[in-house]
Design a protein. Structure first.
Length: 187
């Protein structure tokens, strides 16, 4: 029921372009997993499920079992060079800021410092793009909002933040919108 101009606009309406075919949508759970989230367990003041996250185009996705740990802020904060606080980062989830280098470089530097996962806080509203390539990355990473990044930083180093990067327990499947499979339609 669309006219030609509406079809053209719809074809690049990522992420709102969905496949409505009954057969495709019947079997999406066989191919897609739950959308990831950041689940803060402590401190109580900011505990909750934060589902507004962006997955990376590189490295592994957040595993079904999740990745849990304490948060440590990277130094330098933009993580565009080797981290100078590797002892604090090692075995923890690194929190870095979006900035002047590639997202994959930030995660690679955090991984080299021993991080088990990385959160990239945006430096403006919305979510960071999390693009890039690096086949050596073996830890998951998520882009988060500036507001969540600021909230996490406000609670560090004391009382400290414990969280999981995990599938959203109450969310839908990654790659879906309103129960339909999303189509990849970058403009």
């Amino acid at each position: 029921s669309m006219n030609n101009a509406q079809r053209v606009a719809s074809a690049v309406n990522d992420p709102d372009l969905v496949w409505t075919g009954e057969e495709t949508n019947r079997y999406i759970s066989r191919f897609l997993t739950s959308a990831p989230a950041v689940i803060v367990s402590a401190p109580a003041a900011i505990a909750g499920v934060y589902s507004e996250v962006q997955t990376a185009s590189f490295g592994p996705q957040v595993p079904a079992a999740g990745v849990s740990g304490n948060v440590a802020v990277a130094s330098p904060l933009e993580a565009c060079s080797a981290l100078t606080n590797a002892a604090a980062i090692s075995g923890n989830i690194a929190l870095v800021d979006r900035g002047t280098c590639n997202f994959s470089d930030k995660v690679a530097f955090a991984q080299a410092a021993g991080a088990i996962g990385v959160l990239v806080a945006n430096n403006t509203t919305g979510l960071p793009g999390m693009g890039g390539t690096n086949s050596s990355i073996t830890i998951p990473s998520l882009g988060i909002t500036q507001a969540l990044g600021n909230s996490l930083k406000a609670n560090l180093p004391a009382p400290g933040v414990t969280l999981s990067m995990a599938p959203n327990p109450g969310g839908g499947l990654s790659g879906t919108r309103n129960g339909c499979m999303r189509m990849f339609a970058p403009n």
